[in-house]
Design a protein around this ligand. Sequence first.
Ligand SMILES: Nc1ncnc2c1ncn2[C@@H]1O[C@H](COP(=O)(O)OP(=O)(O)O)[C@@H](O)[C@H]1O
Ligand SMILES: [Mg+2]
Length: 441
Amino acid sequence: MVTPLGVAVPMLYTIPLFLTWARPGERSSALMGGSAIFLTLVGVAFSPGEVSEVVIVERAMAATLQLVVTSLLIVQKRSTRKVKAAQQAMHESEERLRLFIEHAPVALAMFDRDMHYLSVSRRWITDYGLSDRVVIGQSHYDIFPEIPERWRAVHQRGLGGEIVREEEDRFKRPDASERWLCWEVRPWKTADGRVGGIVIFTEDITERKMVEQELRNHQAQLEDLTAKLLTSQEEERKRIARDLHDDFTQQLAALTIDLQRQARLASESGTPTASHLVQMGKKTEQLTTDLQRMAHRLHSSLLEHVGLEAAFRECVDECSTRAGLTTELVMRELPRGISLEQATCLYRVLQESLQNVTKHAKAANILVRLQPTRNGLELCIQDDGLGFDQSENAAHSNGLGLTSMAERIKGLQGTFRIESTLGFGTEIHAWIPISEVEPDR
Ligand SMILES: Nc1ncnc2c1ncn2[C@@H]1O[C@H](COP(=O)(O)OP(=O)(O)O)[C@@H](O)[C@H]1O
Ligand SMILES: [Mg+2]
C-alpha cells in the first residue's frame, strides 16, 4: 500500500518551487523543479530502512506530481510574459500615437463617442488657448459651451461615419479675435470596425486669406488705375484732336485758299511762279486732309456724328489703302442703345487690331465682323498672317495694345479672347453687353 505521508514528504520540495513564482522568467522554476525531481528520485538511496517497492512507487508519484507542478508553473509564467509583452507593445504604440498627435504641425484632436478629449496636438492647445492637462478626458462641449449648433451637427455626422470637410470657415476665438479655418472631421474606428469617435483637424488659414485679400485689393486698385488711365488717354486724344481740327486745320484751310487765290492771280498776270504756287496749294490741301484724318484717328468725331458703322467702314477702308491689304467688313444690323463709350471702346479695339495686323502679321486678308448677339455686340477681327505664341508673347512683350484692349473690354463687363496659331493667323474676339432699353445716343 502507498502511504500518503510517503508522497507528501517529497512534495515538500514544491514549497521552494512555488516560491520561484515571484521570480521573473521560467528558468528559476525549471531549475527548481528539476532539482526537486532529482532529489526526490535520488533521495531513495539515502532514505532509512529498506528500499521497498512501495517507497519507489511513492517517490515516482511525487516526482510525477512535481513535474506537473513545474510544467504548470512554466506554462503560466510563459503566458504571463506574453500578455505583458503585448501590453507593453500596445502601450508603446499608444505612446507613439500620442506623441505623433501631440507634435503634429496642425491643430488635431481625437474624441470618443461622447466628445471627450482623448488626445490633442500642441497646435490645438495653442490655437484654442487651452491647457492640455485640463483638456484630456473632458468634454469638448463643456470647454466650449457656446459652440454653434451647426458644428455640433457636423460632429454628429462624423460620429455617424461621415467625413466632413470645409475649405474656408470663420471662427471666433474666446478672446473675440476672428480667424479663418480650414477643417475636417473624420470618424475613427475600433478594431471591430465600429466608430469609436472622431478626429477633428483644423488649419488656421487667416494669414493666407489676408494675403489673398490684399492681392485682390491690389488687383482692384490696378484695374481702377488702368481704367482711369484709359479714360484720361481718351480725354487727351480728344483735346489734341479738337486742337488739330479747330486750330491747325482751320489755319491750313485758310492758307490753302490764300495760296490758290495767289496762284490764280499769278497765272492771270503770267508770272512764272504760278505753277509753283499751284503745287504749294495742292500740298497744303493734302496736309489739311492728313491732319483731319489724324484728328479722326485720335478722336473719331465720326462716332458722334455718323455713328459706329460709318466710322468702322472708314477705318477699315483706310487700313486697306494704307497697307494694301484685302479687307472685308461684315456688319449686321446693330442694336439700338450703343453708348458713345461702348462705341469708342469697340472702335479702339478695331484700330489697335488693324494696326497690329499691319505691323506684325504680314497678312494678305483681314475679315472684320461686327454683329449683335442675344444681349450684346461682338467684334471679331481675323487675319491670315504669321500668328503668334501667346504664352511667349505674355512673357516677353512690352506692348500695351493687347493689354489695353482687354482692359477696355473688361471695363465694360465684356469678354476678350485672342486665338492665334503660328503660321495660321490671329483672331481677336471682343464682346460687350448692350442693354436694348437704353435710349439711342
Ligand atoms: N495680328 C497679329 N499677328 C501677329 N502677331 C501679333 C498680332 N497681334 C499682336 N501680335 C504680337 O503680340 C505682340 C503684342 O502686341 P501689342 O500688345 O499690341 O504690342 P505692340 O503692338 O506694341 O508690339 C506684338 O508685338 C506681336 O508680336
Ligand atoms: Mg499693338
